[in-house]
Design a protein around this ligand. Structure first.
Ligand SMILES: Cc1ncc(COP(=O)(O)O)c(C=O)c1O
Length: 450
């Protein structure tokens, strides 16, 4: 069965044409390009793990949209909840509360470790990180923020200050007081210390360095459980617990940014649970809204109280909006009822096993790594000369799209050499088999040398 036929069968037997043949649309020239060229397809509809282009081609979405469609596109529970809300309540004065918002705060407090029981609901991950850092600054009375090199936390000026990836460059000064510790990147140890397995010397020496360069104790250390946009860098076990100890030594709050990882993707409901640590502040976004713009910052009563006493303010047009909140409630229902974290762990193992076969098969696949259903693949010139194969991830991802599979080449440097595989947690084994077949063919075409 050729790939196009297979994709067609899964989409109900309608005729599909290869995705890459979709015609360009001159109206795209009316848009500001925010990440280079747009994809060469125009999407008409989406359901579950599949997209359908305007030309009728089926595309398997192993990027979950922008990592938001954890339940697949247009999950019926999310759609029904939204329909109901559209008939009752969408938006309010930002100081007015509604049943969905109160309910979502209650549900999150119960799903998080005891003590993390104060939420604010916003729309994007950057906004929620801004709030997290503002809370930390107001609570501690300090202003410096420590991040991890190769992390992504958003592109607003505040969050770009501790986003240590190319997205921060080109716009002049960012906020003062942003520090970085080296990434726990075992495959290419940034401090030339480990080989293959990170022993956290990067974290220890990074905190020492910050001690020497900061003007006061930092307000916050902000970290992703897995550095996703930095190349799917998986910290070693115990990384977050050691980070928490170091934070406590310095009176610094630990912010865990679960924008991509929260609600099951890593095989646990929250990524920080892997290390059994309880952060001071948790950020949720992408995965919380099931495709709707919904994010949350959650903290403790103590932190909330001191900040409220000090006059904390963060009013936005859509803070506490009821419409996205109902989507969040539906997402929490489905994640819990379908035990999607367990599913992510199982499907992640299945996917990883198949990708390790590609790693063995191709000289240009230097590393395959990940946790649960957040998986990365790093291209190298060759296994003997494992320098990054600049641009190869983008070329492979383009070939995949032509064959009906969407995944992200991650712009960690000038030209992408890693890509990210992050399907909906509801993905089937058949879809994983299809995707791995497409990736195999695309690598064969681009890398040429087995
Ligand atoms: C870990 C992480 N935090 C924050 C953000 C920013 O979220 P948003 O694009 O919704 O502002 C992203 C976006 O990719 C992210 O991956």
């Amino acid at each position: 069965m050729n790939l196009t036929t297979r994709a067609t069968a899964d989409q109900g037997g309608q005729q599909a044409t290869p995705a890459g043949s979709s015609a360009d649309d001159s109206r795209a020239e009316l848009l500001i390009r925010y990440l280079g060229d747009f994809a060469p397809v125009v999407i008409e509809s989406a359901k579950g793990s599949w997209l359908r282009t305007r030309d009728g081609a089926a595309v398997l979405d192993f990027a979950s949209g922008q990592i938001c469609s954890t339940l697949g596109h247009r999950h019926p529970r999310v759609v029904n909840a939204l329909h109901e809300a559209l008939d009752t309540l969408m938006h309010l004065d930002s100081k007015m509360l509604s049943e969905p918002v109160l309910d979502l705060a209650d549900r999150l407090a119960h799903s998080l470790p005891e003590g993390l029981n104060r939420s604010i609901f916003l729309n994007t991950g950057a906004e929620a990180n801004e709030v997290a850092v503002k809370l930390a600054k107001m609570f501690t009375g300090n202003f410096e923020v420590v991040g991890v090199a190769r992390s992504f936390h958003g592109v607003t000026t505040g969050t770009a200050s501790y986003t240590f990836l190319p997205a921060r460059r080109g716009y002049g000064p960012l906020l003062p007081g942003a520090h970085a510790v080296p990434a726990p990147y075992a495959y290419r140890c940034p401090i030339r210390h480990c080989a293959g397995k990170c022993d956290m010397a990067c974290l220890e020496s990074g905190f020492d360095q910050v001690q020497q360069t900061a003007v006061a104790s930092p307000a916050a250390f902000i970290v992703e459980p897995v550095l996703s946009s930095g190349g799917i860098i998986v910290p070693p076990d115990g990384y977050l617990s050691r980070a928490k100890e170091l934070c406590e030594e310095h009176g610094t709050l630990l912010i865990v940014d679960e924008s991509q990882t929260g609600l099951g993707r890593l095989g646990t409901c929250y990524g920080f649970q892997h290390d059994g640590v309880v952060p001071d502040i948790v950020v949720l976004s992408k995965t919380l809204g099931g495709g709707m713009p919904l994010s949350a910052t959650v903290t403790t009563s103590d932190i909330e109280q001191r900040c409220a006493d000090n006059g904390f303010s963060h009013i936005t047009s859509h803070v506490s909006d009821p419409l996205p909140a109902v989507a969040g409630l539906a997402v929490l229902d489905v994640v819990e009822e379908e035990r999607l974290e367990e599913r992510a762990a199982g499907m992640g193992d299945y996917l990883m096993t198949a990708l390790h076969q590609l790693e063995n098969k191709y000289d240009c696949v230097g590393d395959v790594r990940g946790r649960g259903l957040l998986v990365g693949l790093e291209f190298v010139v060759s296994k003997q000369d494992p320098v990054p194969a600049e641009g190869m991830a983008a070329r492979v991802a383009a070939r995949c799209l032509e064959r009906g599979l969407s995944l992200h080449a991650i712009p960690t440097g000038k030209k992408a050499h890693c890509f990210r595989i992050a399907p909906p947690l509801t993905v089937s084994k058949d879809d994983i088999d299809f995707a791995v077949g497409v990736i195999d063919d695309a690598i064969a075409e681009v890398c040429q040398r087995p």
